[in-house]
Design a protein around this ligand. Structure first.
Ligand SMILES: Cc1cc2nc3c(=O)[nH]c(=O)nc-3n(C[C@H](O)[C@H](O)[C@H](O)COP(=O)(O)OP(=O)(O)OC[C@H]3O[C@@H](n4cnc5c(N)ncnc54)[C@H](O)[C@@H]3O)c2cc1C
Ligand code: SF4
Ligand code: SF4
Length: 952
């Protein structure tokens, strides 16, 4: 009879809270739900989650785990495809350990903490002209800790190698050793002797490797890349060079041997020139031969997509010839920059084109040198994941044979075999990958809830892995790791003897077996823990949305992240009460929706959940707002007296007096005394332009309506006047039809009924106009989103028509014939302008036009800032709902603006202006794009100071 153990869930978290403090330990429903998944097909719900902030936290957790036998799973971004960052015990998230500790430019290395995002690391290294080379395609979201533990690599492995080739040293906590500085030690170095005395488990490992060196050599996979099993091969290589090369053992060990708190990584020079080529082959077999030829030119990347993949992504859409059997993407880098170098990269591209003449290509090679054109060539390859995710409602891309490696020259043969195999199974499959290394990613589309597809998956798993081993002499894992998905096959890949050696190494370093059990070294079948429910949902748990979610950026904790929220609000045990904390934390910035390859709109799901519990206090405010005869006089009274009350002492009272009311909106909501409030307009925009508002209900022959929204009407922010002036310069006399709030702020507090009511009003008021121009990013998005609001309802058609007619002013200006500019292009000193791209305008698909119109202005030098596309943290009323978090979010933006050296930060949204003005406090002028256009059109010299940014 099975022993029934008491549920220790809460005691684990309680113990850990006592040990390391309450803020870093969570075990509530939302947190456990969010951490139950990674980007794999699995789900395992943990008992407790620790978000480590120091090495002491790591040590405490591992010691506790070893003492109590509760498993511990390290976790970084959770983007692995194998189930290696989920576990049934404690999840130890290292994301907050994300600093670059040291960079040595001369010796080209950096000492870095494991929580840093790969793209972030390279962004921060940019000024030094260096990069960390291995580049997984998930680089925007994955973190160094996960890359180290998985021995990741990517398209440019050919040039830079895998992570294991780029690590000098690691600092880790090992259960049987304590803190360990793992670096290569010369065998003759007396410090090694001391190390082995201090750490007997290491002596055991070294002894095992020495004793079994012949076996290890004999079982080494004969391929250029392998992440399966423990890298005892690297240790044997070290012995050949008279080294105990410790980092090699830990890189790729998937959190099963120790916890990394720091890594010293090798850096390389950023390439100075790059050429990218797209080659379409008529015959798959010839691709294999061409790869052997192309490798002689030392490419930095060689990527292949098979014909199934080309069909799936859409040949016509990406200009791929119908008779292409496979497409090859080749890239060549040059390091040091000089005139001669440019020539040499061109010469290399010419040599490549020459070489390709031997083969039957379906079209001439396309070669690009500049960044934009090169990115266009990568577009088809990058469209792959989105296409696979969206391809079918039921059949999803399932990663279970996703990462095999054969010798590069046999990859065509492997692809042919795979196409036949999946053809026989009648399964659609995408086969693509790093052909230069013989590494194929195989992603079949299956409905694992269908028993027949499930059987196909199990058959494919066994058959393909076995064939890769026996017929091709390859490896089952090139870069994604073994995790839970390949653990079952590791024994078969290496044979009993070597597998037992892996087990002995594991036991030496993790004697109580608490580090990530079930991963890499495990006999559990790969079908255990499959998350059937999740695999029938839209989200692929890829984590891309987390990389842009401003809340995740601040908290670095999965329960405060877009992907986590998807899991939480779609869980069967979800209730508003058990998840209110997280459901109320989303800014509704829509950044997640903009990047999601599976077309999931997490913010919309959250808004629907909020609509189940509309906020009553916010409802009173909106009800007041809906009565302009009462609301507007009150607001004007406040505007007339703003000079009196908008001063430090009265503001302190205002904060105190309004707090009890605002607390009923959110426990963090307040009107902070230190916040720079927008100046309220004594005469509202509609009062200032009576000639444009007359005859409500009739267009007066006007074809363009200006939907000013609330902010431009009520605030003295200069936006409304500027929009009208710009439209007039374009020869348009706009109408200001009666209008209600577009709905965005109302929606964020769950009042779906009020949103629909306002939207109906706006639909009717805007119906007669050919074009509806807005100056507000949120209004633009909301009006364009009305069709979704009325899906299946009688208003849907009218909403769709309106959506087509709505334009942000930046779109309008970009699409209109040029206007004569009064400002002299030559005399004015260039005003350095940087553009903050408002989230809602990005979500509406308007990203190029604002930059285009700004760049075309005389006297303006447009500077692209880092992170221009990241949320600034204002998000309508969020700045009042949670001021402290809003400020933390803004910090990244502040740094980017400072670094840009701009005089002016331009934006397309009055709400963003409030956040920027408050955050920058006059150091950099904040302007709406309409103001800059108006000034250039009229020749007005731009103000150098921000008149809005006076401290209270
Ligand atoms: C769309 C997509 C594309 C991808 N493309 C690639 C690709 O091109 N190449 C590639 O190699 N991979 C790719 N991956 C897989 C994955 O992104 C990488 O393996 C990545 O490096 C994992 O990093 P992570 O931060 O998400 O780690 P996690 O998933 O959080 O963890 C991965 C492993 O690292 C361990 N770990 C994390 N931190 C530590 C630590 N501090 N100490 C010890 N162990 C730790 C975990 O326990 C786990 O075993 C892709 C994934 C997706 C979703
Ligand atoms: S919501 Fe989209 S981006 Fe986010 S994890 Fe799911 S599939 Fe990936
Ligand atoms: S809307 Fe913004 S804050 Fe909310 S989940 Fe998406 S990215 Fe995060």
């Amino acid at each position: 009879m099975e022993l029934v153990l008491p549920d220790r869930t809460h005691s684990v978290a309680a113990d850990l809270r006592r040990a390391i403090g309450p803020e870093k330990v969570k075990d509530d429903f939302p947190t456990r739900t969010a951490y139950a998944v990674d980007a794999s097909i699995y789900k395992v719900t943990p008992q407790a989650i620790v978000v480590a902030e120091s090495e002491t936290d790591i040590q405490t957790v591992v010691d506790y785990a070893a003492r109590t036998g509760v498993p511990v799973t390290p976790r970084a971004a959770g983007t692995n495809l194998t189930g290696s960052a989920i576990g049934s015990g404690i999840i130890l998230d290292i994301s907050r350990l994300n600093r670059i500790l040291e960079v040595n430019r001369e010796e080209k290395w950096a000492r870095v903490q494991p929580g840093i995002v790969y793209a972030e690391l390279n962004k921060r290294l940019a000024p030094s002209g260096l990069i960390f080379g291995p580049d997984p395609s998930s680089g925007d979201m994955c973190k160094l800790g996960g890359m180290l533990a998985n021995n990741s690599s990517g398209p440019h492995t050919l040039r830079y190698g895998s992570v294991k080739d780029n690590v000098h040293a690691l600092r880790l906590y090992v259960e049987s050793c304590g803190w360990l500085d793992a670096r290569p030690y010369a065998l003759a170095d007396p410090r090694l002797a001391e190390l082995l005395v201090a750490y007997p488990p290491l002596r055991e490992v070294l002894g095992l490797v020495r004793e079994h060196a012949a076996l290890i050599r004999a079982r080494r996979p004969a391929v250029s890349k392998n992440s399966c099993g423990y890298n005892l091969f690297g240790l044997v290589d070290g012995l050949d060079r008279a080294l105990f090369d410790l980092p090699k053992l830990f890189v790729g060990s998937e959190g099963t041997l120790g916890l990394i708190s720091e890594a010293t990584v090798r850096l390389v020079d950023r390439p100075k020139a790059t050429a990218t080529a797209l080659l379409h082959f008529r015959s798959l077999e010839e691709v294999g031969d061409a790869v052997v030829d192309l490798l002689t030119l030392s490419p930095s990347a060689l990527e292949v997509m098979d014909s199934n993949t080309l069909d799936l992504i859409g040949r016509a859409q990406h200009g791929i010839p119908s008779d292409a059997a496979a497409t090859l993407l080749a890239e060549f880098d040059q390091e040091s920059g000089s005139h001669g170098i440019e020539e040499s990269i061109t010469a290399q591209a010419a040599r490549m084109a020459d070489l390709c003449r031997r083969y039957r290509l379906a079209a001439d090679p396309v070669v690009a040198f500049d960044r934009e054109q090169r990115e266009a060539l990568w577009k088809a390859r990058k469209a792959l994941y989105p296409t696979l995710y969206r391809y079918d409602q039921r059949k999803k891309p399932i990663n279970y044979v996703d990462d095999v490696v054969v010798r590069a020259e046999r990859l065509s043969e492997l692809i042919r075999y795979l196409e036949d195999f999946f053809g026989g199974q009648r399964v659609r499959v995408a086969i693509f990958g790093h052909i230069g290394n013989g590494n194929a990613h195989i992603v079949p589309l299956l409905d694992v809830n269908d028993p027949e597809d499930f059987a196909r998956m199990v058959e494919g798993y066994r058959e393909i892995h076995q064939t890769v081993l026996t017929r091709f002499g390859g490896s089952i894992c090139g870069e994604h790791g073994d995790g839970r998905v390949r653990a079952e096959f590791v024994r078969r890949m290496f044979g009993e003897e070597l597998y037992n050696l892996f087990v002995r190494v594991k036991r030496s370093l993790d004697p109580s077996g608490v580090l990530n059990p079930g991963v890499k070294i495990s006999d559990t079948p790969f079908t255990a823990h499959i998350d059937y429910t999740r695999l029938s949902k839209a989200c692929a748990t890829c984590g891309k949305c987390n990389s842009v979610c401003p809340v995740y950026d601040v908290f670095q904790s999965e329960d405060m992240s877009s992907r986590g929220w998807y899991e939480i609000v779609t869980a069967k045990d979800y209730s508003y009460l058990n998840s209110q904390r997280v459901v109320e934390a989303c800014l509704n910035c829509k950044s997640c929706r903009t990047v999601c390859p599976a077309d999931v709109d997490v913010s919309d799901l959250i808004l629907k959940r909020r609509a189940e519990h509309p906020n009553r206090m916010a409802g009173y405010v909106f009800a007041l707002h809906a009565r302009p005869w009462l609301f507007e006089p009150l607001l004007k009274a406040a505007a007339r007296t703003q000079r009196l009350w908008d001063r430090p002492r009265p503001r302190a009272w205002l904060e105190r007096l309004t707090r009890p009311f605002l607390r009923r909106i959110a426990h963090t909501a307040r009107i902070p005394r230190e916040m720079v409030l927008p100046r309220l307009a004594i005469r509202h925009l509609r009062d200032r332009y009576p000639e444009l508002t007359r005859n409500a209900g009739s267009t007066n022959g006007r074809r363009v309506a200006y939907f000013h929204g609330c902010a431009a009407n009520y605030f003295d922010d200069g936006v409304g006047d500027a929009v009208i002036a710009v439209l007039r310069r374009h020869g348009v006399e706009p109408a200001l039809p009666p209008q209600r709030c577009s709905g965005t702020p109302i929606q964020t507090y769950g009042h779906a009924g009020l949103v629909a009511e306002g939207a109906r009003y706006n639909l009717a008021a805007l119906a007669p106009y050919e074009t509806v121009v807005t100056g507000c990013a949120s209004c633009t998005l909301m009006l364009k989103d009305y069709p979704a609001l009325f899906e299946g309802k009688p208003e849907q058609d009218a909403a769709a028509q309106l959506a087509r007619r709505v334009k942000h002013l930046a779109e309008f200006a970009a699409e209109s014939p040029p206007v004569r500019m009064e400002r002299d292009r030559t005399t004015a000193p260039a005003l350095k302008v940087t553009y903050h791209s408002s989230c809602h305008l990005r979500a509406a698909g308007v990203t190029k036009q604002p930059r285009q119109v700004l760049a075309a202005l005389p006297g303006v030098e447009l500077i692209e800032m880092e992170d221009a596309d990241r949320c600034a943290g204002g998000a309508g009323t969020y700045i009042l709902k949670d001021y402290d978090t809003a400020l933390k979010i803004f910090e990244r933006k502040r740094q980017a603006i400072d670094q840009s050296g701009a005089d002016v930060v331009a934006t397309s949204c009055p709400a963003c202006m409030i956040q920027l003005t408050n955050g920058l406090r006059g150091r950099v002028r904040v302007a709406h794009i309409a103001e800059l256009l108006r000034d250039a059109y009229t020749g007005a010299s731009p103000p150098t100071e921000d008149r809005r940014a006076s401290d209270p």
